[in-house]
Every structure is written in structure tokens, then in C-alpha cells.
Design a protein around this ligand. Structure first.
Ligand code: PHE
Length: 351
């Protein structure tokens, strides 16, 4: 099973480490180094089995390749998955992260990493103890640029505005109803941007503390997970799991736009066609969620200021999405296909 996953994958290299002390498996998937060093987050969570963990790493790494290619960033796609038991003691977890950091260091710049689902800037500080200088998003106290969530949320918010402009003829969010799935590091800030812009926000979450915060303190309408796809709204913004757009959910959707921060929102490439057939405009995930991966390496290695970084993210999400929507219209293809074509142009130029 693992063999066939790797055989059928179109990426370059997979590094596998079994961590005997915790029973964790580490998979570092290097999808492409054609445009630059492979870069991508480190996802740390419990998976039902190791095939699922490897598969996640492979797909997420490919997404990073396209994420960097569309705006022309000189980095390649990679991703690490640390597949852990359901619970680790904090000190055990930190030791595991230090061993993982040593592995990233040994790769000598073949793979650069930052946070993803299940890891934070504080974790990046720990990983950097052994993994520097290949670790992005350390806390400001440790000399890093901090969380990638806020600038990613800014890009997603821009993507939602561009999509609204395209569908409703106005970028204003005042009459718009937006359902945000996931109030984590990206969803949380996205909700704030949407509220500031006057949108009506509904949210879905699985974490009780977050549910309470957004429902009771901000007074937002809570949507249970099983009702997400049936909820009527203008924009559905997935900011939690991958695979939320699939053959079961798409027929139920009652939105005009899908634009959110989660990686790998389409369960299968053909789901882009299902959305198009339903008249739902899909803003490709890796195009709108590029913010963190663009801004943080820019700030930490290219000397960008926070303001430069934000401006570049807003401009490049806007420019890329407008081109994608125009190309999809003109050629009668899905927005996902249009985004792929733009990325492919970069690869062919580099050969
Ligand atoms: N989780 C980020 C993403 O999917 C990964 C990342 C963040 C990589 C910051 C580099 C720097 O884009």
C-alpha cells in the first residue's frame, strides 16, 4: 500500500523516519525542487493508519509546489507529517520535535519548514533548537516572524472579496453571508476581517472552547459539522480539514462561492468539475492560502517588512485569482484547471 502510494505519486523523494521512543512516524515528502528548495509546513496529528499519514504528506507536498509556482515564488513543494499517538506528554512531544529538527538539519536545506495543522510557532522554536536555519515562523521572542495564521487569513479574505466581485459585481461584504468552517489560526482572524467588513458570519468548529468563544462572546451563529454543506450562504470558507468538497457534499451545497484557507479542499480533481457544473465559483485553495508561505520566508530571509509582506500577499492573491477566473471563463475550464495551467507555465520556463 505504501509502495503503491509512492509509485503513483508524481513527486521526487520521500524521507521516512520511525521514531522508536514515541512510536511516531515521520514522513517528509519532497514533491518538487524545480523552482527552489522544497518548503512546506509540518503537520502533526494522529491518523487512523500510516498509509493515511503518508498519503496526506504526498498530497500536501504537491499542493505546496503549485502554491509557490502560481505567484512565481522561487521555492519548491514539500510537506512533513508527524503521525503521532492520540496523546503525547508535553516533554515527550518536545523531545520528538527536537529529534525531528535534527533530521531537518541533516537534510541541509533540501527541505525548509514552518507550522501547519497541529504545530505552532512555539513548536517551531523547539524544532529550531536542532533544526535551524531551516525553520520558519519561530516566535518573535526567538527571532522569528511568528504565526503564519494572520497573513494567511488576510490573503483568504482578499480571495473572498475578489470572488464576490466576480459573482455579485461588488467587492463590498455588507450584504454577504459567509460560513467559516474552522476557527483556528486562520479562521479566527478571517472571521474578524469579515465582521469588520460588515459581513454576516456563521461558523462551524469542533473544539468546545472555540465554539463557546465565537458563539457566546461574539454572538455568531454556530453550525454543527453535519449541517455545513446544507447551510445556505453566499460564501463557504473551509478553514479546517481537507477533502470537504466531494461527491457527497457538493450536491448539497447552497452557496455561490467556495474560498477558504484549508489545504486540499477538493477530495478529487473531478470535484472541481462538479462545482463548476453547479454554478459554484471555486477559488483554488492553494491560490488564496499562499499568505503565510509567501510572507514569512519573505520577512525572515528577504528582509521584507510586515507591511511589504501584507501588500505583496494582497496584490498577488488578487492578481492570480482575477487571471484564473478570466482564463476559466474564456476557455470553459474549471478554476482549478486554470490555476494548474498557470503553475505549469512556470515549470516549463525553468527547464
Ligand atoms: N502551513 C503553511 C502552508 O500550508 C506552511 C508554511 C507556513 C510554510 C509558513 C512556510 C512558511 O502554506
Amino acid at each position: 500500500m505504501m509502495e503503491s502510494l509512492i509509485r503513483e505519486w508524481d513527486g521526487e523523494t520521500v524521507i521516512v523516519r520511525y521514531d522508536r521512543a514515541t512510536g511516531a512516524w515521520i514522513f517528509i515528502a519532497i514533491h518538487s525542487t524545480q523552482l527552489g528548495p522544497a518548503t512546506g509546513g509540518t503537520r502533526m496529528k494522529h491518523y487512523p493508519d500510516q498509509e493515511a499519514a503518508l498519503e496526506d504528506a504526498l498530497r500536501l507536498a504537491a499542493g505546496m509546489t503549485y502554491k509557490f509556482a502560481v505567484p512565481g515564488i522561487e521555492r519548491g513543494g514539500g510537506k512533513a507529517v508527524i503521525s503521532i499517538a492520540e496523546y503525547l506528554e508535553p516533554e515527550t512531544r518536545r523531545d520528538l520535535l527536537r529529534r525531528y529538527g535534527r533530521l531537518v538539519h541533516q537534510l541541509g536545506g533540501f527541505f525548509y519548514t514552518g507550522p501547519d495543522v497541529g504545530t505552532s510557532s512555539v513548536d517551531m522554536d523547539t524544532i529550531a533548537e536542532t533544526g535551524a536555519p531551516y525553520i520558519f515562523c519561530r516566535t518573535p521572542a526567538a527571532g522569528g516572524a511568528g504565526s503564519s495564521g494572520p497573513v494567511t487569513a488576510l490573503g483568504v479574505f482578499t480571495g473572498i472579496q475578489v470572488a464576490c466581485e466576480h459573482v455579485f459585481g461588488e467587492a463590498s461584504m455588507k450584504r454577504r453571508k459567509v460560513l467559516v468552517q474552522g476557527a483556528g489560526s486562520v479562521g479566527d482572524i478571517l472571521i474578524k476581517h469579515l465582521l469588520n467588513a460588515g459581513a454576516e458570519v456563521l461558523f462551524s468548529e469542533v473544539d468546545d472552547m472555540l465554539i463557546q468563544r465565537f458563539k457566546d462572546e461574539l454572538g455568531l451563529q454556530f453550525i454543527p459539522i453535519e449541517e455545513i454543506s446544507k447551510t445556505e450562504c453566499d460564501v463557504f470558507a473551509p478553514c479546517a480539514f481537507g477533502g470537504v468538497l466531494n461527491e457527497n457534499t457538493i450536491p448539497q451545497l447552497r452557496c455561490r462561492i467556495v474560498a477558504g484557507g484549508a489545504n486540499n479542499q477538493l477530495a478529487h480533481p473531478e470535484d472541481a468539475g462538479r462545482l463548476r457544473a453547479k454554478g459554484i465559483l471555486y477559488a483554488p485553495d492553494y491560490v488564496v492560502n499562499v499568505g503565510g508561505a509567501m510572507a514569512i520566508p519573505g520577512i525572515e530571509t528577504l528582509g521584507w517588512s510586515q507591511a511589504d509582506a501584507e501588500e505583496k500577499v494582497v496584490k498577488s492573491v488578487r492578481y492570480a485569482l482575477q487571471r484564473i477566473f478570466e482564463m476559466a471563463n474564456a476557455e470553459g475550464i474549471t478554476t482549478d484547471e486554470a490555476a494548474h495551467r498557470i503553475a505549469e507555465q512556470r515549470f516549463s520556463k525553468e527547464v
